[in-house]
Design a protein. Structure first.
Length: 573
């Protein structure tokens, strides 16, 4: 009798489980059927990962009340799961997202799918005041900041004023001044670095870190929490690195801020990268190329296939140059696809994809080739697989742009060979190898003339000896300019940056040289007949023209490289 009772209980439990499974299945089938009725997509989220960046766009309480959840976000396209896709108050929530610049796509889902999505809210910290990750600053506020924050001292005074106030929103105001000052001074990064006694704040201005001010520990604790909330990071994690982002809406433009947090000895170090789309929208004419380089680039990027490689360290302007090339070749008759890590700036009319854990450069490049592109930009060639695939793409009728980490243009070829690319096919694949660095422009308002003498004279004479197109040099050979500092440049003596560039073109001599040697010195010798200035020589011409200073050129180019200087001084073969 006891056995039978147990059997009955067991059967009831099993029957109940089957009944639940049937109801769940029926609900999924009903949702799938209704998707056709409402003309929206259907998705089963129960087995899918939920994008917490998307989930954060709608407050948890409101999401549950409206029976909806944002489950995926790619750039500005947000996918939203809904029980009732025509529900008026839910549609109003979608309109609110669209006012923030997002494009919302509706999907009908079951209750089980929503429960699965809502369960992820416990993984994120949400602050209602962040307005879905957008730090909104009114046009009036920004204009006021642009007027007030002309120098580093102005930023410091403004921050001091707000940190000493008793206003409940003082931390938000401080952060607004920090970001407003960064935009006003055209900073590319904001660094907040805890030290033993205080927190040091620095801006990276034209590639150089400049001290702004220091904070006390309690103020920084509030600032770092506010930044974490804005960036969608977890407040309770302080012993691991975190990456996030938020946006600032300024004059109908959206400026993205990439946040990186690292644990440190005293507190977390925070770096915010400012991605202002207006700073990268430069035409080729403003990048600092001389007329011979302009002719070369316009000719080479007009070709239907080949590979153009730009080399240099991080922060040397490689991406800006490649984007300028893409804009130059872009037209409605061709398809351009990019694979980037990450997508820093969005280009209209270009298909941009971003690498991730499951979408590597190699996988992305192979997938891109199945999309029938005409032009491909690969953010970086990092390994043998990407190198091989990119080379073969250029051999099969595609124009490929990419970057590589080498010290100079000639180093491109041995680097590719080291990655396993056959030296015999490099001649047919690579058309242009270039290298660049960014030097700061002298402020034209306060630069001071100075005679070229002593060590400077020796360096300049060596750089200018046998320089290609010597007849195009400026008349001045005896004067250079140095930085001084004035209110126009914030006391730094420099304002803006320009590229110094060198190029090696693939031709018969270079192809033969690459097949027989991987020596960079031999490649440079083989390239002499191309009559293209080396990077240091390009910089020397800009020094004579007063565009930059010799000290600034020496900061980014080794002007004491004996082998390089000897090659300039020797007569051409």
């Amino acid at each position: 009798m006891r056995y039978n009772a147990r059997m009955a209980i067991f059967n009831d439990k099993k029957q109940s489980e089957r009944l639940h499974e049937l109801r769940v299945r029926e609900e999924e089938q009903l949702a799938q059927m209704l998707s056709g009725k409402y003309g929206v997509g259907y998705v089963d989220l129960t087995s899918k990962s939920i994008d917490t960046d998307a989930l954060r766009l709608i407050d948890e309480k409101r999401a549950r009340d409206l029976e909806m959840a944002a489950f995926s976000k790619v750039n500005k396209v947000v996918l939203v799961a809904m029980r009732a896709p025509e529900r008026p108050d839910a549609l109003q929530e979608l309109q609110a997202l669209e006012r923030l610049g997002y494009q919302a796509k509706r999907f009908i889902v079951s209750r089980a799918s929503l429960e699965h999505a809502w369960d992820r809210y416990h993984d994120i910290s949400y602050a209602t005041e962040t307005e879905a990750g957008i730090l909104t600053l009114s046009n009036e506020t920004i204009q006021e900041m642009m007027q007030k924050l002309k120098t580093i001292e102005d930023v410091k005074i403004e921050i001091d004023t707000h940190t000493k106030s008793k206003d409940t929103h003082r931390i938000s105001r401080v952060l607004e001044v920090i970001m407003g000052g960064a935009l006003s001074l055209s900073a590319s990064d904001v660094h907040l670095e805890p030290q033993e006694d205080n927190i040091r704040m620095r801006y990276r201005l034209d590639g150089v870190l400049v001290d702004i001010m220091t904070f006390d520990q309690p103020t920084y604790a509030l600032i770092s929490s506010r930044i974490k909330l804005l960036s969608g990071l977890k407040l309770n994690i302080k012993n691991a690195a975190q990456d996030g982002r938020f946006s600032i809406a300024v004059n109908d433009n959206e400026i993205e801020i990439r946040t990186s947090v690292l644990p440190g000895s005293y507190a977390e170090t925070i770096v915010m990268r400012v991605l202002d789309p207006t700073t990268i929208a430069l035409p080729m004419e403003e990048l600092g190329f001389d007329k011979y380089l302009m002719e070369i680039f316009k000719r080479e990027i007009a070709k239907p296939n080949g590979m153009i490689l730009n080399t240099g360290p991080t922060g040397s302007g490689k991406t800006t140059t490649l984007y300028a090339f893409l804009r130059q070749v872009q037209n409605p008759g061709i398809k351009i696809v990019t694979i980037e890590d990450p997508i820093e700036y969005h280009l209209a009319g270009v298909v941009q994809t971003q690498v991730s854990k499951d979408y590597t450069f190699a996988l992305g490049l192979r997938s891109t080739l199945r999309q029938d592109p005409d032009v491909i930009m690969v953010g970086e060639i990092r390994d043998a697989e990407v190198a091989s695939t990119a080379v073969h793409a250029s051999l099969t009728g595609h124009l490929v742009f990419s970057t590589l980490h080498t010290n100079d243009a000639a180093g491109t070829f041995p680097r590719l060979i080291d990655m396993g690319v056959n030296a015999d096919i490099l001649g047919a694949a690579v058309t242009v190898a270039m290298a660049q660095r960014l030097v700061r422009r002298l402020c034209p308002e306060c630069r001071e003339a100075q005679p070229i003498a002593g060590d400077a004279r020796a360096i300049m004479d060596t750089l200018l000896k046998n320089i290609p197109h010597e007849d195009e040099l400026p008349q001045n050979r005896d004067t250079m300019w140095v930085a001084k500092g004035c209110p126009k440049c914030g006391g730094l003596g420099y304002k803006g940056r320009i590229a110094v560039v060198e190029v090696v073109l693939m031709d018969q001599q270079i192809e033969e040289c690459v097949r027989h040697t991987s020596s960079e010195r031999d490649i440079w010798k083989a390239a002499r007949h191309q009559k293209i200035r080396r990077m240091a020589q390009d910089g020397a011409v800009k020094v004579l023209k007063g565009v930059t200073s010799l000290d600034e050129l020496g900061r980014v180019v080794d002007l004491h490289d004996e082998a390089m200087l000897q090659s300039f001084a020797s007569t051409e073969a």
